[in-house]
Ligand binder design. Structure first.
Ligand SMILES: Cc1ncc(COP(=O)(O)O)c(C=O)c1O
Length: 366
């Protein structure tokens, strides 16, 4: 590891070093941190990991390699609003939302994917990939193994790539078990070379300021191309150095992940309970940092305009930051993403009191 770190100071070895370091950097003991999260159910090959300064540049670099400007990715929605900025801004790639509905528990329907794919084709748009976040940001649901199988069949049938953003893989707290797309590829049934996993330490290890992310790709050409692009988004050597010593402590990481899951479960339950007292229902999430909240009955008009009006009051009157569903391309007005990891348990009553005041006012003026 030390040889590797010092190599990186020389420009000649920088590319090779980033490649070599990645085998070390996201390792817990002898395995990749994702492997630790998966509790040994999958094995990862260090030669297929490419490190980047966060999941954000990982997604962008991968997008540059998979599509040309004007091409599109299908993205089950509601989706993480950052995708619009991170993917579209510099690559010129379009994102086509594939709407998932509350009546179907916001589950992904392959029929809806098929519909959007055909629509895009009709409009002359070349779809290159399906992009998922699993566990999902903002909804917090986990894709079932059957859906992952169906998705792999879909992308194989249409000759597409599949990008699975698994940054919340270790941040699960519900009864549902998370399965990485990697688990299904171990079966050997599918063409692995079309699958790419995004990971990072911002969420599971709460290290967003460290800027550490990774692409795990099963495609040699993509690995070669992305490795070149990571010249622009490498992880600083002091950061790598620090992480190596931290991640080598297997016991600490296991304990951290365990305690983190317990705390997420507690905060999620507390938030959901608090909102329930205000007459507000939440989607039953299993992972991530958010409650996916249905405030549709408080809208003055059942529209995006009504949703944004409520959002503005929650922001400016209650002084609470939530994300309106419209920013996540949710087509049902009144859903909001509330992050429950930015407050402490002690803050929850105050947050609820402030939201309650705004909701009462909206109810009264309906
Ligand atoms: C689904 C998803 N992917 C990627 C990111 C970006 O992570 P990073 O901080 O590693 O760039 C986020 C951050 O919110 C996210 O929610």
């Amino acid at each position: 590891m030390h040889a590797c770190v010092s190599y990186a100071n020389t420009s000649v070895c920088a590319g090779r070093c980033a490649f070599a370091c990645m085998g070390v950097c996201l390792c817990v003991g002898n395995g990749w941190i994702h492997e630790s999260i998966m509790r040994g159910s999958v094995s990862f090959n260090p030669a297929q990991i490419i490190l980047t300064a966060g999941a954000t540049p990982a997604i962008e670099a991968l997008s540059f390699c998979l599509a040309d400007p004007g091409n599109a990715f299908l993205v089950p929605s509601p989706y993480y609003p950052g995708f619009d900025r991170d993917i579209k801004l510099r690559t010129g790639i379009e994102l086509i939302p594939v709407h998932c509905r509350s009546s179907n528990n916001f589950s992904l329907s392959i029929a809806a994917l098929e519909r959007e794919y055909k629509q895009a084709k009709k409009r002359g748009i070349k779809v290159r990939a399906v992009l998922l976040s699993n566990p999902s940001n903002p909804v917090g649901n986990i894709l079932h193994r059957e859906t992952l199988y169906d998705l792999l069949s879909f992308v194989t049938d249409k000759n597409l790539h599949l990008i699975s953003d698994e940054v919340y893989a270790g941040s699960t707290y519900g009864s549902e078990e998370f399965a990485s797309i990697a688990e299904l590829l171990d079966t050997g049934v599918f063409d692995n070379s079309r699958v790419h996993i995004i990971y990072g330490l911002s969420k599971d290890l709460s290290l967003s300021g460290f800027r550490v992310g990774a692409i795990y790709s099963y495609n040699e050409n993509v690995i070669a191309a992305v490795s070149k692009l990571t010249r622009f988004c490498g992880i600083s050597l002091p950061t790598q150095h620090l992480l190596v010593s931290m991640l080598s402590d297997t016991k600490f990481i296991e304990e951290y992940l365990k305690v983190n899951r317990e705390r997420l479960a507690q905060m999620y339950a507390l938030f959901v309970e608090g909102l329930k007292h205000l007459g507000v229902e939440c989607f039953k999430s299993s992972g991530g940092f958010y409650c996916w909240v249905d405030m549709s009955k408080f809208l003055k008009s059942y529209s995006v305009k009504g949703e944004l009006e409520l959002w503005e009051n929650i922001l400016n009157v209650a002084k609470v930051v939530v994300t309106p569903g419209a920013s996540c391309h949710c087509i049902e007005p009144g859903w909001f993403r509330c992050c429950f990891t930015t407050v402490t348990e002690r803050d929850v009553p105050l947050v609820m009191k402030r939201i309650s005041k705004v909701l009462k006012d909206h109810k009264a003026r309906q």
